[in-house]
Design a protein around this ligand. Structure first.
Ligand code: ADP
Length: 232
């Protein structure tokens, strides 16, 4: 049985114009199927941010094709790419990027304001969805807390709830545990594993082989070249 990959790179390349030009991502093929948990691991300077920017529809490849849920993203305008990102990709960053003066619920609810038709959905409905997403990440008891009253791990859970609330096809995480102590990092990784077990497709970018080891599959990036890691 074949299913359409969530993320599919066909000879995707990214060259920064320079001068001198830097081919930060060499032509690479990658397919991530629905329900997979893939780690992209590599040292500093290997091309991880470049990969993230392309996979997250923040940068266009300079060559090759990127299909998201089978849709060729090259043909899309910048506005359509932004809309597609909002609808299909949940981004989680190392630094949580929460609004300091908004509660956990408001931080999550604001993410749906810019979703298609988000502006027309009633505030009460958006807040109900936000509370539901916060329950999923185990923060049902901290709905009204400001980020300053939350621990690092709780802040990252709010950021994960914000990524999930739009029901994306792909959860794209960039060093999600990079700002957390090891015990908190472990619990955030457990949450990501649970979300994956419930069907979410996850791509997690990290420099840390121990974090990568939590994924079902590892792709190594080195000098802009993606290579499938040997089976563990
Ligand atoms: P990582 O995230 O793994 O540290 P990056 O994707 O940031 O790696 O960088 C990959 C390569 O591309 C590095 O050699 C870096 O110096 C180069 N690079 C990154 N951004 C730019 C840019 N805007 N212009 C030119 N070169 C860049």
């Amino acid at each position: 049985m074949s299913s359409v990959p969530v993320l599919e790179f066909e000879q995707v390349t990214l060259t920064y114009p320079g001068p001198p030009p830097v081919e930060a991502l060499h032509p690479c093929d990658l397919a991530v199927g629905p329900g997979e948990f893939v780690a992209v691991v590599g040292p500093s300077g290997s091309g991880k941010s470049t990969f993230l920017n392309v996979a997250g529809l923040l940068d266009r490849p300079t060559a090759g094709r990127y299909l998201l849920d089978g849709l060729d993203t090259a043909a899309l305008s910048d506005g359509e790419r932004t809309e597609l990102r909002g609808r299909r990709i949940g981004l989680v960053f190392q630094s949580f990027h929460l609004l300091a003066h908004r509660s956990a619920t408001e931080n999550v609810a604001l993410a749906t304001l810019y979703a298609p038709n988000g502006g027309r959905r009633r505030t009460a409905r958006r807040h109900a969805e936000a509370r539901e997403a916060l329950e999923v990440v185990g923060l049902g008891h901290r709905l009204d807390a400001l980020p300053s009253r939350l621990s690092g791990g709780e802040r990252q859970r709010v950021a994960i709830a914000r990524a999930l609330v739009g029901l994306p096809s792909l959860l794209l995480c960039d060093e999600p545990t990079g700002n957390l102590d090891s015990a908190t990092a472990a619990s955030v990784l457990t949450l990501i594993e649970q979300l994956n077990a419930d069907g979410m497709t996850v791509v997690l970018i990290t420099h840390d082989p121990q974090v990568a080891a939590r994924a079902g599959r590892t792709v190594v990036i080195r000098d802009g070249v993606l290579t499938e890691a040997a089976d563990r």
